[in-house]
Design a protein around this ligand. Structure first.
Ligand code: AP5
Ligand code: ZN
Length: 216
């Protein structure tokens, strides 16, 4: 199954990806997660990406395309992919057409998550993450058992450096300018399922399963 999950910051791409992985055996490839791992490990790529991410700007296309092309050639992607956060610009989308053709795995479905700004603001400012195991929480919607502590590994939870209202606004501008045209690009190919993702996770996931059922 070859699937893209798209939507603005806080739409629930990561949360829904976790649920999808429990039902479907495909690798989850999140460019945001890959970049944050590189930043944490102080790799050349991470050092290059950090300033862009901290400012809520997109990392240059050539850096991202090379990273994704490399990842998609790993053996586990023979099963397909769930790509989260890529492609995010038309340049990436065109390059991804070439990469997908090269590995013989064209996109079959694009999940377009749609959520109003006020809800996004609440989700982003309330999000907490575990720096050790990567688990995601929300102070009201998905609080950990003990406040500020990861249920899985006991690590102290932190906020992502780009999870402020100011940076969310910048990320939304980038989304409107650069990523909406990518959704239009796939809409013209008839591949997008537009989903209201402002409801409870079970409701959103139900709609996703219906969309994926058509290609599974
Ligand atoms: P990335 O990590 O992709 O961030 P993003 O797109 O801004 O998305 P988020 O991770 O913030 O949100 P999400 O939709 O996954 O929401 P989540 O499920 O966590 O990218 C970060 C940066 O990296 C970019 O700004 C850019 O600099 C760079 N980058 C990445 N890819 C790039 C690319 N291709 N090109 C260039 N640059 C790139 O949910 C959010 C919160 O809400 C959580 O707390 C969750 O618990 C809660 N929540 C989720 N769903 C629900 C629900 N249904 N009900 C209630 N609460 C919910
Ligand atoms: Zn943890």
């Amino acid at each position: 199954m070859n699937v893209l999950i798209m939507g603005p910051a806080g739409a629930g791409k990561g949360t829904m990806s976790d649920l999808i992985l429990k039902e479907y055996d495909i690798p989850h490839i999140s460019t945001g997660d890959m970049l944050r791992a590189n930043v944490a490990n102080h790799t050349d790529l991470g050092n290059k990406a950090k300033a862009y991410m901290d400012a809520g700007k997109l990392v240059p296309d050539e850096v991202i395309n090379a990273m994704v092309e490399d990842r998609l050639q790993q053996p586990d992607c023979q099963k397909g992919y769930l790509l989260d956060g890529y492609p995010r610009t038309l340049v990436q989308a065109k390059e991804f057409e070439r990469i997908a053709a090269k590995i013989g795995k064209p996109v079959e479905c694009v999940l377009g998550l749609e959520v109003d700004f006020e809800v996004l603001k609440d989700r982003i400012t309330g999000r907490r993450i575990c720096p050790k195991c990567g688990a995601t929480y929300h102070i009201h919607n998905f609080p950990p058992k003990v406040e500020g502590v990861c249920d899985n590994c006991g690590e102290k939870l932190v906020q992502r450096s780009d999870d402020t209202v100011e940076k969310l606004t910048k990320r939304m501008e980038e989304y409107e300018k650069s990523t909406k045209p990518v959704i239009d690009f796939y809409d013209q190919k008839g591949l997008v399922t537009h989903l209201d993702a402002s409801g409870k996770p079970e409701a959103v996931f139900g709609a996703i399963k219906e969309a994926l059922g058509k290609i599974a």
